[in-house]
Design a protein around this ligand. Structure first.
Ligand code: ATP
Length: 293
């Protein structure tokens, strides 16, 4: 095989608690993450040597700063392969939005190169390599509904999320994750959104009830300088969402709908103002598409 195409799914944080800060500055989290059907398409083609990258978006770097490039470089270094790769990314996930767009592209590169070069590294090994690129990467490789802890390295799979419709509003503002973490005050530590969510989820509560236990500690930090977050949450709730929340460090906001028709109406009403995506929870982070050659 010389070519492989992959769907790299975005993630939403259904909950996010910051539980502490390590001496090296990393924040320790507890977060229930969910893969969703909003995806970039990543195509990898074997080359004789080196790494080349093409992206159909001017918002992301096409050099070694791109997380997909970094993933290819680390994979080559760790496995010692001599061959190279051309990475082509069709960007659909909004950039710097809290949806792990760059990280999921990197995860697709690790999975794709592992297949293209027949290395057969187990998922756990790829996750270890990937953690160097970003805290969300081990999750992006695994996908589904997962409790993620520590600095992103401890994953506990949860039962699949109900088949609801999630409406994602990809607000235009760009948010720096580092900046948001700097804005955290000590009283933000130690919330229990994830524990409450898991209790409700494992007790088999309905999607409506689960909507009531979504929560993200970072939301108030980002909302202090992005007024659109409260605005779009209100619009989602008024439009029929049972719950609404910012994802990650933002500013993307999502709402949980049980009636797809209402989700469609919402998109029709607001799609001229912001990018609105109707997505479904999915069980995988990275999916191989047909057409590998
Ligand atoms: P997270 O939720 O993991 O914090 P995010 O969704 O907020 O991430 P990204 O879209 O991954 O943010 O982009 C964050 C930064 O990474 C941006 O400055 C962007 O230019 C850079 N970047 C590097 N590679 C990529 C990529 N393949 N796709 C998108 N952004 C990338």
């Amino acid at each position: 095989m010389s070519r492989i195409r992959l769907r790299a799914n975005a993630k939403l944080n259904l909950t996010l608690d910051v539980v502490g800060r390590r001496e090296d500055g990393y924040h320790c989290l507890r977060s229930v993450m969910q893969s969703v059907s909003l995806a970039d398409q990543v195509t990898l083609t074997k080359q004789v040597s080196g790494i080349a990258l093409q992206v159909d978006s001017s918002q992301v770097p096409t050099n070694e700063d791109n997380l997909a490039w970094k993933a290819a470089a680390i994979f080559r270094e760790r496995t010692g392969i001599k061959g190279g790769v051309l990475i082509e990314i069709e960007k659909r996930i909004p950039v710097s939005a809290g949806l792990a767009g760059g990280t999921t592209d990197a995860a697709a590169v690790l999975i794709g190169l592992n297949i293209l070069y027949g290395k057969n590294l187990p998922l756990s090994k790829l996750q270890k390599i990937g953690l160097k690129i970003g805290a969300d990467l081990p999750f992006c490789l695994q996908g589904g509904t997962v409790l993620v802890e520590g600095i992103g390295e401890r994953l506990t799979a949860l039962p699949p999320f109900p088949d609801v419709t999630l409406v994602v509003a990809g607000l235009k503002e760009k948010v720096s994750t580092t900046w948001v973490y700097r804005g955290l005050t000590s009283d933000a530590y130690g919330t229990a959104f994830s524990s409450n969510f898991i209790r409700a989820f494992k007790a088999g509560k309905s999607a409506e009830e689960i909507s009531g236990v979504l929560g993200n500690t970072l939301e108030s930090v980002t909302a202090a300088f992005v007024p659109g977050i409260e605005l779009w949450k209100r619009r989602l709730l008024d439009g029929g969402a049972h719950g609404a929340l910012m994802s990650g460090s933002g500013p993307a906001v999502f709402g949980l709908f049980t009636e797809e028709e209402r989700a469609r109406e919402f998109r029709k009403r607001w799609e001229l103002e912001e990018k609105i995506f109707l997505v479904k929870p999915v069980k995988a982070g990275i999916l191989e598409m047909n057409g590998g050659a």
